[in-house]
Ligand binder design. Structure first.
Ligand code: NAD
Ligand code: ZN
Length: 357
């Protein structure tokens, strides 16, 4: 055990594979032999732009945060995990002592340590240490890829919880990328009675349809706002209770207010420009609540039970598989959406090594 091939982002357009020392777990940590790591839009964003808002890459950083692995060593205080356990890794944890952490809203902690958000290393590597309580043991029938997908799925769970999706909700989802799609399957499993999802790309809407969208709408870039609202209302036969923006374009942030019924809720998951022009008076005069979403907190358990119960199919999101040695090709595929890429999965160990037979 001395090979620790690791994908390190040195700067803009400078992603390298190199050997790193194998880390040693602290008392409350586990050492993980990594298995599957999905590429997220934010990983690509750091590669292309070197920053996301105030998070700036100032020193080399290991990339990757949508991950699963096998427990290889346990710290002396770890009770719930054993060597050989297959786990999903929740990539971010707070300081545990501030008001937010104590209240359970650790995603808002100022001292948050989050994989592959500068300056913290991610886990596209062969060996990685992580707090054991942020590792979730996978039941035997759940695959390692599904474990990795719990990360984006948790964003969908958090978004639907923030939107208070429930029995009979009518939900509009804007954007059918990985985040729009996980939000769709979560909203459906939480009891939404009608879900309409939009995108610029028909290919993504085709997947949305397969995953259970009631209606889909292709929007043309630059289409008239009033016209799009009309089309959406026609599909619902009225205005939706809740809109979840999973694109981050200014056009969809605006639509999430304009299309929602009075007294409803517009949830913003997509992150685009730091400042956006919104029809605020329209929102306040109709009491449309605007709610933000920042990652997730305490959502991994629900995401895992959705997958483990077989209620939802996240595997359909994976369109491409690569080995860790092919990391640059994997990023290229994700970045340019080659071959209709939705979720690109990188295998640190040969595919299916740790999957149910
Ligand atoms: P993605 O780029 O793969 O998907 C965005 C989709 O929106 C694309 O399919 C695109 O075609 C579509 N789109 C663009 N303009 C549109 C328009 N005018 N109308 C309808 N659809 C439109 O990205 P993703 O990985 O699915 O992530 C979605 C967004 O969520 C990103 O902005 C990302 O930064 C953000 N995000 C936020 C959080 C959070 O914690 N708030 C977490 C994860 C991702
Ligand atoms: Zn804290």
């Amino acid at each position: 055990m001395n090979d620790n091939l690791t994908a390190v982002l040195y700067g803009i357009e400078d992603l390298r594979l190199e050997q790193r020392p194998i880390p040693v777990p602290k008392d409350d940590e586990v050492l993980l032999q990594m298995d599957s790591v999905g590429i997220c839009g934010s990983d690509v964003h750091y590669l292309v732009n070197g920053r996301i808002g105030d998070f700036v890459l100032r020193k080399p950083m290991v990339i990757g945060h949508e991950a699963s692995g096998i427990v290889a060593k346990v710290g002396s205080k770890v009770k719930h995990l054993q060597i050989g356990d297959r786990v999903a890794i929740e990539p971010g944890y707070g300081c545990r002592v501030c008001d937010f952490c104590k209240a359970g809203r650790y995603n808002l902690c100022d001292e948050m340590i989050f994989c592959a958000t500068p300056p913290f290393d991610g886990n596209l590597t062969r060996y990685f240490t992580h707090p054991a309580d942020f590792c979730f043991k996978l039941p035997a029938h759940v695959t390692m890829e599904e474990g990795a997908l719990l990360e984006p799925l948790s964003v969908g769970v958090h978004a639907c919880r923030r939107a208070q999706v429930g029995l009979g909700s009518e939900v509009l989802i804007l954007g059918a990328g990985p985040i729009g799609l996980v939000t769709l399957i979560t909203a459906k499993s939480m009891g939404a009675s009608k879900i309409v999802i939009t995108d610029l790309l028909q290919s993504r809407l085709d997947v949305a349809k397969e995953l259970g969208a009631d209606e889909t709408l292709v929007v043309e870039r630059g289409a008239s706002e009033t016209e799009v609202v009309k089309q959406i209302h026609a599909l619902f036969g009225g205005a939706p209770d809740k809109t979840i923006d999973c694109s981050g374009a200014e056009a969809t942030s605006r639509l999430s207010i304009l299309a929602t019924r009075s007294g409803g809720c517009a949830v913003m998951v997509g992150m685009g420009a730091p400042e956006v022009k919104l029809p605020l008076v329209n929102a306040l005069a109709r009491e449309v609540d605007i709610r933000g979403v920042f990652r997730y907190c305490n959502d991994y358990p629900a995401a895992l039970s959705l997958v483990a119960s077989g209620k939802i199919n996240v595997k359909r999101l994976i369109t491409h598989h690569f080995n860790i040695e092919e990391t640059l090709d994997a990023f290229n595929t994700s970045r340019h959406g080659l071959g209709g890429a939705i979720k690109v999965m990188i295998h640190v160990q040969p595919k299916d090594t740790n999957n149910p037979k």
